[in-house]
Every structure is written in structure tokens, then in C-alpha cells.
Design a protein around this ligand. Structure first.
Ligand code: N01
Length: 530
């Protein structure tokens, strides 16, 4: 058994920054990464069209001014290959690779009560004992293909957007099917439609999407950011709900007259991106306001899509705009004007089973050479529960979370000492800009470990009552928003039998950070240190 101070799982942005910070504390660390390179979600999601929906100048690390000054983003919204290059550059520049063992999964991690350390086994039969154990596994890493009947008999090629092959895939001349119209589906569908002979999109729920209006990086815009990075990053930290600077309106949608409101939506639709969600301050809290934005987007869809039957199917009516993660697209709705693209509503035309040659629905059989699953993830908890994690008394994390995940501040779980959950359940995580959320968590965790060392404590763990109170607060805050009105992966609704709990913290990054800082300043209130 090899002794280490800290084991980290994952070499995405969370793992990379955790290595960088913990190394500065002089800890002996090793990170295990399933893939053969760094990048995490941007390593696996190499499907054509994959692109970040946060603007490039903001979706990056803030910890090194030299890094943010020297790196040049080429487009307003960065495509996956460039984000992957950035992650590789960070790993090389800060010499992080020497701490990473690639092609290796962690199989189990058991807290050993006699040593107060974690006993960890890996897929290459490695055995490690570590004082600290950090999960940097990401919120959207456990890709999921639903349990479709007959899938194992299907002879065509299958792909999941979140496990896309490294070799380019060419769909030219093929009949292709896509299941799923979330962010991934909406990005890949227009690209496949360019190549394939025919494309059938199997849609269960229509989704709201805003045009990205991606463009090459504007030199003046880049300069503005680079000249003001410290103050802009500080504003993102202290003035936003998500860690991303948007043009936030201070007005309510229902206070405006209809003409003014339309103008505002139109203006934001034309400039593109998630900024649309900030047209009015109450879009996520007042259903009447939200409906005005919904109506606007539905009207746009009907004006873009020529066939009005198809347009009606594409216009969402069953959830508030933004209650499922808002999508950002390039020519998504326009794609349905192409003669080789067909939309199949699988709420009416039910998927029955795969056959050896394609997909059988209640109305028709679709012959398909290739099937693309853009069916999403066992989000926010899947990547934790895929590993056999046991805390005190041999209790499994699976058992601790059987009624839904709970973690105090989204950082630690009661009875799992020295296990840190980076962007874990109950933290802003996926509702925030992820690199920002990771930065805040890793900074807090490294300060916490430094404080433990300084005060000669061996372990820290969440107290059950503090964890319960936090979980209640997370739930209450979610219910003040419209997020809970959709069957989304935020609530685990996409996974059969998953407890229906709103997992991320919807109260905003500022109060969340203040709470974390206050807890630390008050001798880690709500935690037990031994
Ligand atoms: O996954 P999803 P995703 N039969 O879960 C459908 C981030 N991301 O990979 O809505 C038929 O959103 C499902 O239908 P329904 C972003 O945070 C970001 O697209 O459950 N259909 C849905 O349409 C995003 O939210 C970026 O009825 C089935 C789709 O599959 C998150 O990742 C890009 C089905 C799954 O959508 C996940 O997005 C990509 C079934 N049995 C991803 N099961 C950017 O930064 C599922 N579906 C831009």
C-alpha cells in the first residue's frame, strides 16, 4: 500500500486546479484519470458541434494573471477542441501531469477507522492510503443510454455524445437517428444534417434554445477583458448569481409594456447567448414574466421553421423557459427546413424497441445506419456513486444518499471524513460557471486543509444536523424559483427511480460564498474536527 497525503479523482478543470493548490501546501498527491489525457468533460464530449455556452473570455481560470493574459481565445464561444487544448496547456504550463496517472479508474475508497485514512484501490490493482480524498469527477460525467429494448440486437453504429470517439466520424451518405434534444442534441443535430443522407430526430421534449451568434473573437473586446481582468473577475465574484457577468436587467418583465418588452427580447435574441435569460430580473421567479419570454421564443421558432406542424412540435409548452438548462444553438431550428431532416415526436410515436436494422416506434420502423444518443447523464451524483465509497461503519455513499444526495455546503458528507466533493450536491455547481465554481471550492478546500494542518487536526467531517439544515435550505431556495417546475436532470427526473431532489444550490454564488467563508471563519461551524 502506497501512502499519499491526498488522492484526487479526475483530471478535468477541478482535478487540475486541485493538484495546483494542494501541491502548494507541500502535499504528496496523486490524481487518477480514466481517460488518457486531461480535460474531463471536454475530453469526453468531442462530438461535432460541441461548444461552450459561456463566453470564452469568462470560461477560464482566474488564478494566474499570466495565464489569462497570454492565452488567446479565437471565438466568442469556444469549441471543444480549443477548450481541450487550453486544459492541456494549463497541465503543461504548471507541470501538473507528473501528479496524474492516466487510464486509471478508482474502483473503491473505504475510510479506515483505525488509521483515519482512506484505503483506495484502482483499476490497475494499485492500493493507496491517503489522508485526504477529493472527488473532482464533474457533474456531467456519467453518460447514460436509456435501457431501450433490443438495443443489443441493433447492428448499426451507436454513439453517445458524452463518449464520442477520438477518430472523426463521417456520416456522409448514411441514414442517421438522434435521440435527445437537450444541449448536446441541439448542437450536434445541425452538423449531422449537413452530412447525412437522412436524419431522423427522435424528440421527447421540445427545448427552448437561443441563438449563440458565435463569431471570431473581436480584438477590442478581448483587449477590454485583458486590460481589466482583475476587476471583472472580482465583479463576477461579488455581483452575479452564476459567476458569469451578463447584462442583468433591474426591471421586472410584467412592469414593462408589451412593446418595450418585445424590443428587449428582440435585442437580446439578436445579440445571442445566455444573456437572453437576464432580459428581466424575475424570469426565473415569476411564471407570468417567464411566459412573456416563452411566447417570444415560441414565436421565433414559428418564424424560422417553415412547416408549421414541425414548428409547433419544436415549440416547448410543458416547462418554463430556463427551468431546464437553456440551450444555445447555431442553426438548430433552421435545420428542420432541410429536406433530409425529419422530426419524430416520440411522445405520440412511442419508441418500442431497437431492431437489427433500426428503431421501431408505435407508428413506423426507421432504418438507420447509425444511432446517436444525446440522452444525457446521471448528473451530479452518478460519478460519485459509480465508485464503491464507504465512510464510517462501512456505510456506503449509495446508502447515505438513497433518499437523495446531501452534503453540507455541497462540500462534505456526514460520516465521510476528509472526503471533499468538489462542486458537490448542494453547491451552486452546474447553475454557476463551472470553472468559477471549481475555483471557489478548491480554494476553500485547500484553506481548510491548511487550517487542519496548522491546528494539528487529523480529520474534518460534516455534522449531520448542519448537513440536514443545509439540505432543507437548498430545497427551500429551489422552491422559490421556477426550476422545480420541469422534469429536468437538475431534479434527477431523467433517471428511472432516482430520488427526485433539486440537487444544485439555486441561491446564487454570492450568498453561497459568503456562507462558506463565514463557516470557515467561525472555526468551521457545522463541521467536526478531530
Ligand atoms: O443531456 P440532457 P445533454 N427517450 O439530459 C432525451 C451540459 N451541456 O447531454 O427532456 C427519448 O439535457 C431527453 O428528453 P426529455 C448542459 O448543462 C452543455 O443534452 O427527458 N428521449 C433530452 O431531450 C446540459 O444541460 C453544453 O424528455 C430521451 C435528452 O435526451 C447538460 O450538459 C453542451 C430518453 C437529454 O438531454 C446535459 O445535456 C452540451 C428516452 N428514453 C451539454 N432519455 C454547452 O455548454 C433521454 N431522452 C453548450
Amino acid at each position: 500500500m502506497k501512502n499519499l497525503d491526498a488522492v484526487i479523482i479526475g483530471a478535468g478543470f477541478a482535478g487540475l486546479y486541485a493538484i495546483y493548490q494542494l501541491r502548494q501546501l507541500g502535499l504528496q498527491i496523486r490524481a487518477f484519470e480514466k481517460g488518457d489525457d486531461v480535460g474531463g468533460v471536454w475530453y469526453w464530449n468531442r462530438y461535432p458541434g460541441a461548444r461552450c455556452d459561456v463566453e470564452s473570455m469568462q470560461y477560464s481560470f482566474a488564478f494566474s494573471n499570466e495565464l489569462q493574459q497570454s492565452w488567446r481565445w479565437k471565438e466568442r464561444f469556444t469549441p471543444q477542441p480549443e477548450i481541450l487544448s487550453y486544459a492541456q496547456h494549463v497541465a503543461n504550463r504548471f507541470k501538473l501531469r507528473e501528479h496524474i496517472q492516466f487510464n486509471t479508474s478508482v474502483i473503491s475508497a473505504h475510510f479506515n477507522e483505525s488509521t483515519s485514512r482512506w484505503d483506495i484501490t484502482t483499476s490497475d490493482q494499485g492500493q493507496y492510503s491517503a489522508q485526504f480524498f477529493l472527488m473532482a469527477t464533474g457533474c456531467l460525467s456519467s453518460a447514460r443510454i436509456p435501457d431501450f429494448e433490443g438495443l443489443n440486437t441493433y447492428k448499426g453504429k451507436t454513439f453517445h455524445t458524452g463518449q464520442w470517439p477520438k477518430m472523426p466520424v463521417d456520416f456522409s451518405g448514411q441514414c442517421v437517428g438522434v435521440i435527445g434534444t437537450g444541449s448536446s442534441g441541439i448542437q450536434i443535430i445541425p452538423i449531422i444534417a449537413e452530412q447525412a443522407q437522412t436524419l431522423h430526430v427522435f424528440q421527447r421534449t421540445a427545448n427552448f434554445s437561443i441563438p449563440a451568434r458565435n463569431q471570431p473573437m473581436d480584438d477590442d473586446y478581448e483587449r477590454q477583458w485583458k486590460d481589466n481582468y482583475p476587476s471583472l473577475r472580482e465583479r463576477a465574484k461579488t455581483e452575479t448569481t452564476s459567476g458569469t457577468l451578463y447584462t442583468r436587467s433591474t426591471r421586472k418583465a410584467t412592469e414593462m409594456d408589451a412593446v418595450e418588452r418585445q424590443q428587449e427580447y428582440k435585442r437580446r435574441w439578436q445579440t445571442g447567448g445566455v444573456n437572453f435569460m437576464y432580459s428581466f430580473k424575475d424570469l426565473m421567479t415569476d411564471i407570468k414574466s417567464n411566459e412573456t419570454a416563452e411566447d417570444f421564443v415560441r414565436a421565433q421558432i414559428r418564424s424560422i421553421v417553415k412547416n408549421q406542424e414541425v414548428a409547433n412540435l419544436l415549440a416547448p409548452t410543458d416547462h418554463p423557459l430556463g427551468s431546464k438548462r437553456i440551450c444555445i444553438d447555431t442553426n438548430y431550428f433552421q435545420t428542420y427546413n432541410k429536406s433530409n431532416v425529419t422530426l419524430v415526436d416520440v411522445k405520440l410515436n412511442l419508441i418500442q424497441s431497437f431492431t437489427s436494422t433500426g428503431l421501431q416506434t408505435s407508428h413506423a420502423h426507421y432504418k438507420l445506419d447509425a444511432m446517436v444518443f444525446a440522452t444525457g447523464y446521471d448528473a451530479m451524483t452518478g460519478s460519485f456513486l459509480d465508485i464503491d465509497i464507504r465512510g464510517r461503519h462501512g456505510n456506503t455513499l449509495k446508502n447515505a444518499w438513497k433518499e437523495g444526495p446531501k452534503a453540507y455546503l455541497g462540500l462534505m458528507v456526514a460520516d465521510f471524513p476528509n472526503l471533499f466533493t468538489i462542486t458537490g450536491p448542494g453547491s451552486p455547481s452546474i447553475l454557476a460557471q463551472m470553472i468559477f465554481a471549481i475555483g471557489q471550492h478548491v480554494d476553500w478546500i485547500s484553506q481548510c486543509i491548511a487550517d487542519l494542518q496548522k491546528n494539528k487536526f487529523t480529520t474534518i467531517e460534516a455534522k449531520s444536523d448542519a448537513q440536514e439544515q443545509w439540505a432543507t435550505h437548498v430545497n427551500e431556495v429551489a422552491h422559490q424559483t421556477l426550476f422545480v417546475q420541469a422534469n429536468s436532470w437538475y431534479l434527477g427526473a431523467n433517471i428511472p427511480n432516482k430520488p427526485r431532489v433539486f440537487v444544485p444550490y439555486a441561491g446564487g454564488v454570492v450568498p453561497y460564498r459568503q456562507k462558506c467563508e463565514k463557516v470557515a471563519a467561525n472555526d468551521y461551524e457545522g463541521f467536526k474536527r478531530i
